[in-house]
Every structure is written in C-alpha cells, then in structure tokens.
Design a protein around this ligand. Structure first.
Ligand SMILES: NC(=O)c1ccc[n+]([C@@H]2O[C@H](COP(=O)([O-])OP(=O)(O)OC[C@H]3O[C@@H](n4cnc5c(N)ncnc54)[C@H](O)[C@@H]3O)[C@@H](O)[C@H]2O)c1
Length: 301
C-alpha cells in the first residue's frame, strides 16, 4: 500500500515507518522536524519537511496519492498545551483538518489517527473502556477529542474508512524527554546523568505504559482491520509513577531519592485502559509488559 505518514520522524511514527517498510509498504513521511529527527528514519525513506498546517500539503497528497493516511504528527506536550492552548489546537485540530482534507481530495481510502487516553479525563471507572465518557481535563485532551470527531465527520462525508487508536503512555527506544509520556525517558536520563529524577505530585498517580513496538503493531493491524473503530492501545496494567521509578532504579542500580515537585495542571490521577476491544476486532494484544520493556531500555543505556 502507499501510505502517507505524518510525524513519521518522531518517536512513535518512526517505529510505525519501520513496521510498514518491513511489510513491503511504500511510505512517504511528512514531518516539520520540530521534535522528530531525520536520523530516526531508516535510510532512503522519503521525507518532506513540512508543517501539517501548510496548504502545500494538498499538492504533496495529490502527487503521492496515498491509499492510507497514518496521522501521528501532533503537539504532544500536555503542559505546553495548557500554557498555550491556541498553538495546541492550531497543530492538533487545524493541522489534522488540513491533512485530512488534503488526503480526502487525493482519494485516500483509510485514515488511521493517533489519539490518547487523555480524551477520557479523570476516569469514573477503571479500567477505562472506549465507551467511557470523554471529559478531558487538558487542552491537549480536548484537541485530541475534537480531532476524533473531525475524523468521523470526514469519514462519513467522503466515505473514507477510519481507525482511531487511543494510546496509553508509550515508551521505548528513541523517546525524547519532552512530550506527553516522556516520564520513562526522563527518569532514565536523570539516573544516567546522576541527577535527581523529578516526580510531579506524590508519585501515586498511575498510568498504563505500553511499549512502542506494540503500538507500531497496532498501527500495522489497523491497515486492514478495525474500520470505523476506536481502540484503546495499552496493557490493562496500572502502574504508579513511584513504582516506575523504583523499577528503573533497581534495573540501573540507582538508589538516589527522587525530587518531588507540585503536580502539573492537566495531569490525570489514575489511568489504566481496557484493551479487549482491540484484541477482538484488530487481533491486537500487548506483548511487551513493563518488566521486559524497562529491562530492555535499561540494557541499552
Ligand atoms: N508518547 C505517548 O505516550 C503518546 C500517548 C498518547 C498519544 N500520543 C500521540 O502519538 C503521536 C506521536 O507522538 P510521539 O510520542 O511519537 O511524539 P513525537 O513528538 O516524537 O512525534 C510527533 C512528531 O510530529 C512532528 N510534528 C509536530 N508538530 C508538527 C507540525 N506542526 N507539522 C508537522 N510535523 C509536526 C514532530 O516533529 C514529531 O516528529 C502524537 O499524535 C501523540 O499525540 C503519544
């Protein structure tokens, strides 16, 4: 298949590019390299350095004629979104709309988009299933929620198949220390540098940590399955930030104390995702749980 992938030079996007190439697909990456890096991409992968808000995206799509759009590009920082919600909405909402319209005109058949557990806000019940009410508590969650609504609208208007993947906290190789879920990368960096890792809040807040290789595999399965579906992509395991910190400390032989700072606005208290729908409809299940994923990362440091 011919696949246009936005944000393909970023952390998650570059793993998806690799997974698509391994299956023999033709890939074109659009990324403005604000966070992504050319070196994240395997050699020879075509990259167009462009902002997703650029009207010129229309001619890029018209020339490439993608069968599938995989949309990963986003403003990914919850704190930055809270500080500047207009910029967040500009990239995550208007940028997404610009990409969607460009590929719709070019005859795309399916769009796969990266959403987030942030759309749920503070959960009423755990684990969170896909039909849980959407009450985001951050502008980032709001822009992702609105993005999802536009994807559905576009799908109906142009008869384009769509798949929405709501990721938990993704971690793994190539993650940078900024971003929505950079906590694993931040802890690793601090422990390596001998500085004190920072925990925002009391450390009892929880997340569902999902390995990037599993996320890439979900995006591979979404090429052929799951049309018209919204899927949580997590592990179903609730892990506190303190537990994460202690696990990494044990792996790296670090006994330093963390530095506790006030909680950040927009941070959810508890999160763990129900992932049975993805198992049933996409044929996807997480394979790498936190013990293995963290041990692998620690062995690379
Ligand atoms: N990392 C996580 O835990 C997590 C969790 C839930 C959802 N997500 C979503 O997954 C997707 C990928 O996130 P990531 O963690 O790989 O982050 P990332 O920052 O590594 O990747 C985002 C990519 O988009 C590019 N980009 C940003 N703004 C752009 C713009 N205006 N125009 C063109 N390109 C632009 C960046 O350069 C980067 O390469 C995002 O949509 C994010 O919201 C990530």
């Amino acid at each position: 298949m011919r696949i246009l992938i936005t944000g393909g030079a970023g952390f998650i996007g570059s793993h998806i590019v690799e997974a698509y190439l391994q299956q023999g697909h033709e890939v074109l990456v659009v990324d403005n390299l604000s966070r992504g890096r050319r070196e994240n991409l395997p050699p020879g992968v075509p990259l167009i350095v462009m902002d997703v808000r650029d009207p010129a995206l229309r001619s890029v799509a018209a020339d490439f004629r993608p069968e599938v759009l995989n949309h990963q590009a986003a403003q990914v920082d919850v704190a930055a979104a809270t500080a500047d919600p207009i910029e967040d909405a500009s990239v995550n909402l208007l940028g997404t709309l610009n990409v969607l319209q460009a590929v719709a005109r070019a005859g795309v058949r399916r769009v796969i988009v990266a959403s987030s557990a942030a759309v749920y806000g503070e959960p009423e019940r755990l684990p969170v299933e896909e039909d849980h009410p959407l009450r985001p508590i951050s502008p980032y969650g709001l822009s992702k929620m609105a993005m999802e609504a536009y994807v559905r609208w576009l799908g109906e208007r142009h008869e384009i198949e769509w798949v929405i993947l709501r990721y938990g906290n993704v971690y793994g190789p190539r993650q940078t220390i900024v971003g929505e879920a950079g906590v694993v990368a931040r802890f690793l960096r601090a422990m390596r540098d001998g500085s004190r890792p920072v925990i925002f809040g009391d450390g009892e807040q929880t997340r569902d940590f999902v390995h990037v290789a599993d996320v890439a595999r979900a995006n591979l399965l979404a090429l052929r399955r799951g049309a018209g579906g919204v899927y949580n992509i997590g592990t179903g395991r609730e892990v506190s930030i303190r537990e994460l910190y202690e696990r990494l400390g044990r792996l790296l032989g670090d006994r330093g104390e963390a530095e506790y700072r006030p909680p950040r606005p927009g941070d959810i208290r508890r999160m763990v995702l129900k992932v049975e729908r993805a198992a049933r409809e996409l044929g996807w299940e997480p394979r790498i749980f936190i013990e293995e994923g963290l041990a692998d990362l620690a062995s690379r440091t």
